[in-house]
Design a protein around this ligand. Structure first.
Ligand code: FRU
Length: 490
């Protein structure tokens, strides 16, 4: 083991103990200590789920990227194990950037990731170069391939940047390994390059598999590729999106539904936004043994890093594992069913009339799974329904349903943060004969809202003190509400 990896282990083993339990989410993965960004290498290996992550143990800021590592039997309860990789080799000394993993036919855990190095141009300017590297492991220890990198930017057509060439997604199909890598033309168009290999070590450039054509952002980071219901799905996280009907400005997560033509060319059919909230980026998926596709993202946005608890020794958390489905040509996203194994006390209220600010007995908490259904009849008349959570006398976060506009707004303006950045997101929702279904999952420092059985999702981090656990319903007319809430315990 290299000194760098050994030091990281010593540091995380010692300092990791210093994170108080009350400062940790219950079931969202955070770094053992320090900083986390993208989930990496999300895979099912040797009977367990493995999650690696972009990791800088030594501070709560982004720094030279390591790969942190955690293991789980159900994707809800995670156990940290020692970091898998440090930026300790000539081919990744500036960082081990994002990548993916799979179990090989001969039982090895194969990781492919981006190795970053520094290089100097002819005019003396130093810049980062990004290449794809391989590491092979047994679920605990990982050895980097000595002939790394296995895919360099030189394999790309001439008009591509070698500085933006990262986040390889690997998958096996008919005995062949395939890889999609995010890349960018010199004009700034995000594209995905496809490579194939027999052994994971020697790779051949096949083609540019997907072109954004300047529609959604520039560089497409962290591609994923999988099948749902016979369709081929591409997921990626574009940087620098210009606001449009589907996306807000900035970083977003796009899901393309499409198919392959007879020549294996990707034919796009529709574009979808995987999360309309404030914080969701760079998701990866895994196929579970029972055939579900489960996605976990970074519950954070690069543009809101300034919202931070300075008193915490960690920064960055993953999202809830979400099952992603294609039903009647719609992308549907819901929390995985395993969350129900952590249900504790239940509160159920039927046909409750909400008219003005209303609290309900025992409906409070910061680790809850709250399902509500609003319905209206001819006597109902209201314009706005509001659900406030993480409330104390001064603070709250909220969801507002505007019935006329048929929109939902997620708002953390009053959650206690002091930065003048965007605190609100709004999305259009369906109104099914006056019925609206909301499922809100709170886990101490996050809220994830699933609308109408997963037609839309809105996520955000909330850093309000943990004793702010009030939940208040409000309506400026009258609405009928059914509610089922479960406290979540581990
Ligand atoms: C996305 C990203 C990736 C990169 C990693 C670096 O959030 O920028 O493209 O590999 O983070 O930490």
């Amino acid at each position: 083991m290299t000194d760098k990896l050994h030091s990281a282990h010593e540091y995380e083993n010692n300092k990791g103990k210093e994170v108080p339990l009350t400062q940790k989410p219950l079931f969202h993965l955070i770094p053992k200590i320090g900083w986390m960004n993208d989930p990496n290498g999300f895979s099912y290996y040797n009977g367990k789920y493995h999650m690696f992550y972009q990791y800088h143990p030594y501070s709560t800021n982004w720094g030279p990227m390591h790969w942190g590592h955690a293991i789980s039997s159900d994707m809800i309860k995670w156990e940290h194990v020692e970091a898998a990789m440090a930026p300790d080799s000539s081919f990744d000394e500036e960082g081990c950037f994002s990548g993916t993993a799979l179990e090989t036919a001969d039982g090895k855990h194969l990781i492919i990731y981006t190795g970053v190095t520094k290089t100097q141009s002819e005019n003396g300017e130093w810049y980062n170069l990004q290449n794809q590297c391989v590491a092979i492991g047994n679920g605990t220890e990982y050895e980097k391939y000595s002939n790394n990198p296995v895919i360099t930017g030189d394999t790309l057509p001439d008009n591509f940047s070698k500085r933006d060439f990262r986040d390889p997604k690997i998958w096996a199909e008919n005995g062949v390994l395939n890889c999609l890598v995010g890349c960018k033309t010199l004009e700034g168009d995000g594209q995905l390059a496809k490579y194939t290999s027999k052994d994971g070590l020697s790779w051949t450039f096949e083609k540019i598999f997907f072109k954004n054509n300047f529609r959604y952002g520039k560089m497409w980071e962290c591609p994923d590729y999988f099948e749902l219901n016979g369709k081929k799905i591409i997921v990626a996280s574009p940087q620098e999106i210009e606001a449009c009907e589907l996306f807000n400005a900035g970083y977003g997560t796009v899901c393309v539904v499409g198919h392959l033509d007879e020549n294996g060319n990707y034919i796009e059919e529709s574009f979808n936004n995987l999360d309309y909230g404030l914080d969701f980026y760079a998701p990866e998926t895994v196929k579970t043994p029972d055939g579900r596709t489960v996605m976990i993202g970074w519950l954070q946005n690069w543009d809101s890093l300034v919202i931070k608890r300075e008193d915490f020794k960690w920064f960055g958390q993953t999202s809830l594992p979400r099952e992603i489905q294609l039903i009647n040509d719609k992308i549907i996203i819901n929390p995985i069913k395993e969350i129900e194994n952590y249900y504790a006390e239940k509160v159920e209220v039927i046909d409750k009339k909400i008219c003005g600010a209303t609290k309900i007995d025992n409906v409070k908490g910061r680790t809850v799974d709250l399902k509500i259904e609003l319905s209206e009849d001819s006597t109902n008349d209201y314009e706005e329904f509001e659900l406030k959570f993480a409330c104390d006398e001064k603070h709250y976060s909220r969801i507002v349903y505007d019935r006329k506009k048929s929109t939902i707004t997620l708002d953390r303006m009053h959650s206690g943060n002091r930065r003048s950045i965007i605190h609100e997101r709004t999305c259009k929702v369906e109104n099914y004969n006056g019925k609206l279904k909301l499922r809100l999952i709170l886990d101490r420092y996050s809220s994830e809202l699933f609308i109408n059985d997963g037609e839309q999702v809105m996520s955000m981090g909330i850093f309000t003190d943990i004793d702010a656990d009030g939940i208040v319903f409000n309506c400026n007319g009258t609405v009928k509400m059914n509610l089922i809430m479960h406290n979540l315990k581990m």
